[in-house]
Design a protein around this ligand. Structure first.
Ligand code: URA
Length: 432
């Protein structure tokens, strides 16, 4: 079998067999297929798509490219996980992981890095000095057993095919593909061993799924793949037309996650986390209704009772918790630029895509696979769609370390923040 023949077959729109998919994935992971052929394969899938059976085969092959954790020896009960399809300002995992674990339901999570204009949980966590995302299987299980929460990356052992594809997709324009997103997410979830999974499927300009129809199709595919391997999957379709919360950028988002766990988070982010965490608790059988779960979570969150679980996790993964205890320790970008309202009115547009792309231009994301990220840069979104503002109200703060990058980011935002002189409705947090 030759990689080039598989690429040609997909390029020409034909369905690949399980053997062909397995050959390609396993050879790529072994280093026998170079990145340039993998990039061509990804582009062929991007343009030609895959049948559901191919997507399922791709997922299983990627999950089986490393070890598939069986957590039953580490944990006797149900292990839950959540995953977002990617958004702007989406720091939900950093918050709900500790929340759910502190309620007695173990969360073993394998996360990803920034992808395109979206941020990645691993990049955010790495803004905490010392934080280790690469854990051995033993360390992953041990931490899950001892403290009930772990957020790690694909190690050499777990879903390595996704780790390699993910980095390549980020820089080859092949992210927004339904089979590639579904297989990326579900391979990590299967390899991570969680029994039940809540998927936060983002819809809107700052998501890979721009409309409800494609979000529903992605959800259906991921539920189907979950069923194939005996994992229960629940999908929530949530808004990503504007950033979630205030902060966009790595250490800025960690700081916002800390504040939220201390009961002082922005309203939209807090509500979003309560809903996601409530679904996880119900799925795990901890509560019988979402209302009960949410009420319990809201009471504890308001009192800051979940914050110690985050510090415990960070400590276990060798991060310096003094940064969480004193947020002023995080490095601050050297340039701060404010954008203010030019007229009275209502915010009618705060385009999540433009904000996400501006964050990447500032250095919070990558243009090339090997690019480092700048943990201190990003944006603070002070006004949300539907909010009334007066002339001079603060809309956005950009945090940059280079003047040229700031100018590029400002150019990117031009026309993407709008004020209307007519009242505008708020955007919903969830659609379905
Ligand atoms: N999150 C992932 O893990 N993979 C994707 O492809 C998109 C979002």
């Amino acid at each position: 079998m030759r990689a080039v023949d598989i690429i040609i077959k997909k390029r020409d729109g034909l369905a690949l067999t399980q053997t062909e998919i397995d050959f390609f994935i396993q050879s790529y992971v072994k280093g026998e297929i170079p990145d340039y052929q993998a990039a061509a394969f990804l582009m062929a899938v991007y343009f030609q798509g895959m049948k559901d059976a191919e997507s399922a085969d791709l997922t299983l092959s990627m999950a089986n490219s490393g070890e598939v954790l069986d957590l039953s020896d580490a944990i006797s009960g149900i292990v839950v996980d959540k995953h977002s399809t990617g958004g702007v300002g989406d720091k939900v995992s950093l918050i709900v992981g500790p929340m759910v674990a502190a309620c007695g339901v173990p969360v073993g999570k394998m996360s990803g890095r920034g992808l395109g204009f979206t941020g990645g949980t691993l990049d955010k966590l790495e803004s905490i000095p010392g934080f280790q995302v690469a854990l051995t299987t033993e360390a992953f299980k041990h931490q899950l057993r001892e403290i009930g929460v772990v957020i790690a990356g694909q190690s050499a052992n777990l879903a390595p095919a996704d780790g390699k594809f993910y980095a390549l997709r980020d820089v080859t324009g092949t992210v927004p593909s339904l089979p590639l997103i579904a297989s990326s997410i579900m391979s990590k979830k299967i390899a991570g061993g969680a029994h039940k999974i809540v998927l936060d499927v983002k819809v809107g300009t700052g998501a890979f799924m721009k409309d409800l129809a494609s979000a529903r199709a992605l959800s259906a595919l991921m539920v189907k793949i979950g069923a194939l391997v005996g994992r229960e999957v629940v999908c929530l379709l949530s808004d990503m037309n504007q950033p979630l919360g205030v902060a966009v950028g790595n250490n800025l988002e960690v700081q916002e996650a800390v504040r939220t766990l201390q009961g002082q988070g922005p309203t939209d982010l807090t509500e979003h986390c309560l809903v996601v965490a409530a679904h996880m608790l119900v799925l795990a059988g901890k509560f019988s209704t979402l209302v009960q779960a949410k009420t319990h979570l809201a009471e504890k969150l308001a009192k800051g009772e979940f914050f110690p679980k985050l510090t415990e996790m960070v400590e276990w993964q060798k991060g310096d918790v003094s940064y969480l205890e004193d947020l002023s320790r995080f490095p601050v970008a050297s340039i701060q630029h404010e954008i203010r309202a030019e007229a009275d009115g209502w915010v009618s547009w705060m385009d999540a895509l433009a904000v996400g792309e501006a964050a990447v231009l500032l250095g919070a994301g990558r243009a090339k696979k090997t690019d480092p990220v700048d943990h201190s840069v990003g944006l603070l979104v002070h006004a949300k769609v539907g909010e009334s503002v007066t002339k001079g109200s603060l809309l956005l703060t950009l945090l940059a370390n280079e003047e040229s990058r700031l100018q590029e980011a400002l150019a990117k935002l031009t026309g993407h923040i709008q004020i209307s002189d007519r009242q505008v409705a708020e955007l919903p947090l969830f659609y379905e």
